[in-house]
Design a protein around this ligand. Structure first.
Ligand code: COA
Length: 267
């Protein structure tokens, strides 16, 4: 996966800012790091797997982007607090938080064990709560900034093989709205991006492996790239979005709103 979409934003849009991306070492998270970094932000990432983190930091350094990693699990409040301290020690500020870390495996309800269900809710929903709260106290409360949560375009849908993920992401959407309301007075905007099917991601690969016919792409007739998600995140963090908070935007080529999925093409 690489940034295939040319940017419409000024290269110095985020100059002086620090962006903290959870789970930023691979997939969509890494693309978010790259795009925010290309627009001037210094990048901090947190994940469980140090080898992947090191490789991602090296890759970003190779592109001239200042990057730092912390090893830890978003499910553990103490590990999150330590990571936030580490980022502040390294970069001195955290202007942008992207809650991107997520767990996913496709399985019917009957085959999701209590631990499997709990693990995904703990990573996606509790993780978003843990990290948002830690960064709020450590920086955002006193300085303002942006939080962007990576959700899923599942709102008001029944989503086969994704009971645990859909429930967790519905919670993330709810948290997005509540944090926007409670933290707006601190100058913090909180929004969410809900990616559709994004080429080359582990999640999409697992899903295509699990079903015989993964279904049509999108009414736009294209599949998404990580950079499409990253540019939506960048927009939310830009001054152009100064009056936007508490919103969840699907970046999915209209797939979610396509009720009949007839694949008619031009009519
Ligand atoms: N089908 C059914 N159950 C599964 C599963 C699958 N494909 N993959 C994991 N589980 C279950 C495990 O069996 C375990 O439950 P059990 O203890 O009752 O057996 C539980 O989920 C936790 O799995 P484990 O791997 O031990 O825990 P973990 O906390 O390290 O990781 C996930 C859990 C979900 C994060 C892990 O499956 C994973 O790494 N997924 C890849 C991340 C990913 O896809 N990211 C993209 C997000 S869109």
């Amino acid at each position: 996966m690489s940034d295939t979409t040319p940017s419409s934003f000024r290269p110095d849009l985020l100059a002086g800012q620090v962006a903290f991306v959870t789970g930023g070492a691979t997939g969509i998270g890494k693309e978010i790091c790259r795009v925010l970094g290309r627009h001037g932000a210094r990048i901090a990432m947190l994940s469980r797997k140090e080898d992947r983190l090191k490789a991602a930091v090296e890759e970003l350094h190779g592109e001239g982007i200042a990057a730092h990693h912390e090893v830890g699990d978003v499910r553990e409040p103490d590990a999150v607090a330590a990571a936030v301290r580490g980022i502040l020690a390294r970069f001195g500020r955290i202007d942008i938080l992207v809650n991107n870390a997520a767990g996913n495996f496709p399985a019917p309800m009957t085959q999701i064990s209590p631990n499997g269900f709990r693990s995904v809710v703990a990573i996606d929903l509790l993780g978003t709560y843990n990290v948002s709260r830690a960064v709020f106290y450590a920086w955002l409360r006193d300085h303002g900034g942006n939080i962007v949560n990576i959700s899923a375009p599942f709102e008001l849908k029944g989503v086969a093989l994704q009971a645990h993920v859909a429930a967790a992401k519905a919670g993330v959407d709810s948290l997005t709205r509540t944090c926007a309301v409670e933290w707006g007075p601190y100058g913090i905007r909180v929004n969410a991006v809900a990616p559709g099917s994004i080429e080359g991601t582990e999640g999409v690969q697992r899903f295509s492996d699990a079903v015989a016919n993964p279904g049509p792409g999108s009414p736009l007739g294209i599949t998404g790239h990580g950079s499409d998600i990253a540019h939506a995140v960048l927009f939310f963090c830009s001054p152009a979005a100064r009056f936007i908070s508490g919103q969840v935007i699907a970046v999915d080529g209209a797939a979610t709103v396509d009720q009949l999925k007839l694949g008619l093409g031009r009519v």
